[in-house]
Design a protein around this ligand. Structure first.
Ligand code: AMP
Length: 279
């Protein structure tokens, strides 16, 4: 696997690869790679000819500097995992390679960036779109693979691509879970053994919502899930909402063609998100 630290070197290499007509797949990550990330690499390998993974802990999407500082960065291990996954190239830039100081960015995302995660983490999705745009401009992928785990992020990036009339195709990959149902996340390493058990309540609430979906109203399902999570020890709920899978607007009935339940909560000092597609 080739490793690139600058946009210029990576671009030059990609131009050489592209002339041979290969389809290029991008998997953008912040590192601390786990099976969820590796499933994206595997999908990319299945659907494209050449896979670039980026590892960049993007400062502009963090609104809490402590969260940014404590973000895990086990880079040697990540490189081994990517090599074992037969990833073709890794892009590993420093912050100064991606940003000039005090750079400004804003894109109108039709308020998709203001709901749910966006409400709790103001500016988060502006930071996400800022870095993803730079990665797409540098790498020019044919396909980019993102996880359902960050469902709102997927919709936000999709919206950005539409607004920019971009030809990059997005592929959503399913959530990879631990055997007991906990959604894999780089942040899980911050969970104590006790908190790790308590965190299972999120997945349990989502599974219950899915099981109840044919029989109960949206309002009742939300109510039951919120009551369950509020009474789960160690869980501090940010939200549990059933939304349109297309707009993330709150669903008040089952009329929408696509419905999703999304949850976010603190367990100990760790903030976790998860979701399940209801229809
Ligand atoms: P991150 O490194 O957390 O920014 O995630 C990089 C990509 O991996 C994003 O597209 C995430 O949605 C995806 N991802 C993270 N966790 C999982 C998971 N458990 N299953 C599938 N994809 C995931």
């Amino acid at each position: 696997m080739k490793i690139f630290y600058t946009r210029a070197d990576l671009s030059e290499y990609i131009i050489q690869q592209k002339t041979s007509g290969k389809l290029l797949g991008l998997v953008a990550t912040m590192g601390a790679l786990h099976e969820g990330h590796l499933s994206l690499i595997e999908s990319a390998r299945g659907q494209t000819d050449f896979v670039v993974c980026s590892i960049f802990v993007n400062p502009t999407q963090f609104n809490d500097t402590r969260d940014l500082e404590k973000y895990p960065r086990p880079i040697e291990n990540d490189i081994k995992k990517l090599e074992a996954s037969k990833c073709d190239a890794l892009f590993l830039p420093e912050v100064s390679e991606m940003y000039d100081s005090n750079e400004k960015w804003h894109i109108d995302l039709d308020d998709l960036d203001k709901r749910l995660e966006g409400e709790i983490r103001p500016g988060h999705y502006q930071g996400v779109t800022q870095i993803v745009k730079k990665l797409f401009d540098t790498i020019k992928p044919d396909y980019a693979f993102f996880g359902q785990k960050d469902y709102q992020q997927f919709l936000v990036i999709y919206k950005m691509l539409k607004k920019l009339r971009s030809k990059v195709k997005l592929v959503m990959c399913p959530i990879v879970r631990e055997k007991d149902g906990l959604a894999m996340s780089s942040r899980n390493i911050h969970l104590s053994a006790d908190d790790r058990q308590k965190a299972l309540a999120l997945n349990q609430a989502l599974n219950q919502a899915k099981a109840d979906f044919p029989f109960k109203s949206v309002k009742q399902i939300e109510h039951d899930a919120i009551q369950f999570l509020n009474s789960s020890p160690g869980v501090q709920l940010d939200y549990f909402e059933i939304c349109s899978g297309k707009t993330l607007k709150r669903a008040f009935s089952k009329n929408a063609s696509s419905l999703i339940a999304l949850v976010a909560a603190h367990v100990g000092n760790t903030r976790l998100i998860d979701n399940i597609i209801l229809r």
